[in-house]
Design a protein around this ligand. Structure first.
Ligand code: HEM
Length: 150
């Protein structure tokens, strides 16, 4: 179950279902990290690029490689928690995150208990994403063959 947890975290990093979230600024804010500076004014909306943060080499070596070991017990503490936000951050983050994680783990558990998942002739290797602005979807869908175990 620990490895499944690492795989699900890495899946949410590599393919965050919500590629962005947004906020409205409630008071003027000056951002300055020594290299970039700008002002966000009260009332302005801005987009938080979850997908971009999850693929920034500053935080993730080889960001386009699917590597569950990033979230293993030994490595988990090296994850920059501000650069990993599949459920958003702060007081308005996802209210359903725990439910979603429990649900997906139950689904994966019963799927791989009963089936082997194999590529079929429609499986896109490497999987490519549709160039849509909001939610992340696979260009040609996610096609796998489910082979009953036993
Ligand atoms: C893998 C599944 C899910 C992902 C990746 C996801 C992701 C997100 C993200 C990124 C946000 C915006 C948070 C922010 O801006 O800080 C959000 C908000 C929210 N999500 Fe989810 N979500 C998932 C499943 C669910 C489920 C199962 C529920 C309900 C049972 C749910 C209910 C909500 C609600 C109500 C909000 C708005 C919270 C607020 O504005 O205070 N989500 N979710």
């Amino acid at each position: 179950m620990k490895y499944m947890d690492a795989c699900i975290s890495e899946g949410l990093r590599h393919w965050p279902p919500a590629a962005t979230t947004d906020r409205m600024c409630v008071k003027d804010y000056d951002y300055d990290d020594g290299q970039v500076n700008f002002r966000i004014t009260k009332g302005q909306y801005f987009v938080i690029p979850i997908y971009g943060l999850h693929h920034d080499e500053k935080y993730w070596p080889n960001p386009y490689v699917f590597d569950p070991e990033r979230f293993s017990e030994e490595n988990r503490h090296t994850v920059n928690t501000k650069a990993f936000c599949p459920f958003g951050l702060g007081p308005r983050n996802c209210i359903g995150s725990r439910f979603a994680l429990m649900e997906v783990k139950a689904i994966v558990f019963y799927l791989i208990l009963n089936f082997k998942l194999e590529p079929n002739d429609q499986t896109q290797m490497q999987l490519k994403l549709l160039k849509t602005p909001f939610s992340l979807r696979a260009e040609k869908g996610v096609n796998v063959r489910l082979k009953l175990r036993k």
